[in-house]
Write a protein that binds this ligand. Structure first.
Ligand code: ADP
Ligand code: F6P
Length: 453
């Protein structure tokens, strides 16, 4: 059997113990633990001026995985990553058409980087390899590889939502993208809703085989995450946090600082809790960890300023000299420490306006103490919501609904929390990073057999 070749824009640095926040790299790294040998190709995370021609990949083998990465030029980083991927496709796929800022030059830069990736990757491929391309940065990569004569099976997985045709058609190059995507043997998305939307779009562009579009939700490695949480719970960071709370409850949120995560709306929901349920004054703390993400993109800079203002306003209005209602960190926290914080927290607050999956919700569940678990307040617009239907589901746009759910979570009896958590835990253990990769790859292999039959 050949190797599994993963291609994604973001590739984790195997030397770095603390990986940048982001579900793709974390989910894939968890999934790769069971693969015999693999190659992971993508952007190095660095920028370098071109010396003419394509960059040579840097190769670095750690255990069973060889990492092959290339830098981007500053112009490529701007056009392909900041503008087309994160200023056009990201808002569009998160149903935020008003934030999309289309420019044809960025589309061309995006295509050029995809073709460059294909040219650099091709000589690294071997005949039995199975190629698995990830996320919206690389929609055209499969077609670019096919144009270079690559005949290996190529699958694609989208980690973010896919919008309906009525929205996607607003993208001037929608038809080009949908035609290129048809080079993939199998296309995976997180939910049935995404699968229906993607299929509808591909069908408009002439594809007739719905079996090539599959819903295949990603998960985490709940066993090792649970162990991390237990270990970190006894460690110095959790102890410091616990001591600072003086036995009062903790609400936790952990998200990249991204407008899709609904942070502003979430703070307003917490403010409504303090207004409508004053019994919680001085008796609850909300810790939000939101590491800065894509800080060069204008919308993200604006959001950061807006959140600084909202948090300052809420703390200014409600704080006492011995109580700060919101604690806010914009730097990443090591994932293991975060696991310990989740275990300590009485409530996990996860309220994206749209999210492909949202691994944080699954991590919060996996980190809990089964005998005294916390409660999960979850947006019904997160990709995780259909699986985690026993969470306290809320509409993230409704501050009063968030406030009511927080109040319920903070006052819920242990046996009710346990009942809900038991059901959530079954889901988190059923769909893991490992089952996700295995199920998707099984479909990819099957598509090959059907083709050659
Ligand atoms: P996305 O892929 O959009 O960032 P997910 O919730 O699917 O959203 O995945 C985020 C991942 O990043 C999770 O594994 C989570 O533990 C990690 N993460 C989130 N916030 C932080 C943080 N503050 N510090 C470190 N890691 C974080
Ligand atoms: O999971 C969605 C995603 O966009 C990944 O593709 C990406 O790696 C992650 O979020 C973090 O974003 P970025 O790579 O832009 O820092």
């Amino acid at each position: 059997m050949g190797r599994l070749v993963i291609v994604s824009n973001r590739v984790p640095d195997p030397r770095e113990r603390n990986q940048p926040a982001g579900g793709l790299a974390i989910g894939l790294a968890d999934a790769l633990r069971t693969e015999p040998s693999s190659l992971w190709f993508g952007w190095s995370g660095h920028q370098a001026e071109s010396r003419g021609g394509d960059p040579a990949p840097s190769l670095d083998t750690h255990g069973k995985v060889t990492y092959a990465t290339v830098p981007l030029t500053p112009a490529q980083h701007r056009g392909y990553y900041q503008k087309f991927s994160n200023g056009i496709l990201w808002p569009l796929c998160h149903y935020r058409l008003g934030l999309m800022d289309y420019g044809r030059a960025d589309w061309h830069q995006y295509l050029d980087v995809n073709r460059m990736f294909a040219r650099v990757l091709k000589p690294l491929l071997k005949p039995g390899d199975v190629i698995w391309v990830h996320d919206y940065h690389l929609f055209p990569l499969g077609q670019a590889l096919r144009e270079l004569g690559v005949t290996n099976p190529i699958g694609f997985f989208l980690h973010i939502p896919f919008p309906p045709w009525s929205l996607f058609r607003a993208l001037p190059c929608a038809a080009d993208i949908l035609r290129d995507m048809q080079a993939y043997d199998v296309m995976g998305v997180q939910t049935e809703e995404d699968a229906q939307n993607l299929w509808e779009c591909l069908h408009v562009e002439g594809m007739n085989d719905p079996s090539r579009v599959v819903a295949c939700p990603i998960g985490i490695d709940p066993v090792s995450f649970g162990e991390d949480a237990r270990e970190a719970f006894g460690g110095p960071e959790v102890r410091r946090l616990r001591e600072s709370l003086h036995d009062e409850p903790l609400i936790i949120g952990a998200d990249r600082l991204d407008y899709s995560k609904g942070l502003e709306e979430r703070f307003l929901g917490y403010e409504r809790l303090l207004i409508r349920y004053p019994e919680h004054h001085r008796h609850v703390t909300y810790l939000q960890v939101a590491p800065v993400s894509r800080g060069e993109v204008e919308e993200y800079r604006l959001l950061r300023r807006q959140l600084d203002e909202t948090i300052g306003r809420i703390n200014g209005a409600f704080a006492e000299y011995d109580w700060t209602p919101i604690r806010y960190l914009t730097r990443p926290v090591p994932r293991q420490t975060l696991a310990g914080f989740y275990r300590l927290a009485d409530v996990g607050l996860v309220t994206p306006l749209r999210d492909g999956m949202n691994l944080v919700a699954k991590e919060y569940v996996a980190a809990q103490d089964p005998e005294d678990p916390g409660a999960l307040v979850l947006s019904h617009l997160a990709g995780a919501a259909p699986e985690l239907s026993e969470a306290l589901l809320v509409n993230p746009h409704d501050a009063d609904e968030i406030a009511d759910a927080l109040h319920l979570a903070l006052t819920m009896k242990r046996e009710d929390r346990k009942k809900r958590w038991d059901a959530l835990n079954v889901e988190v253990r059923n769909t893991t990073a490992g089952t996700w990769a295995r199920d998707f790859l099984a479909m990819l292999y099957k598509s090959q057999k059907t083709e050659s039959a």
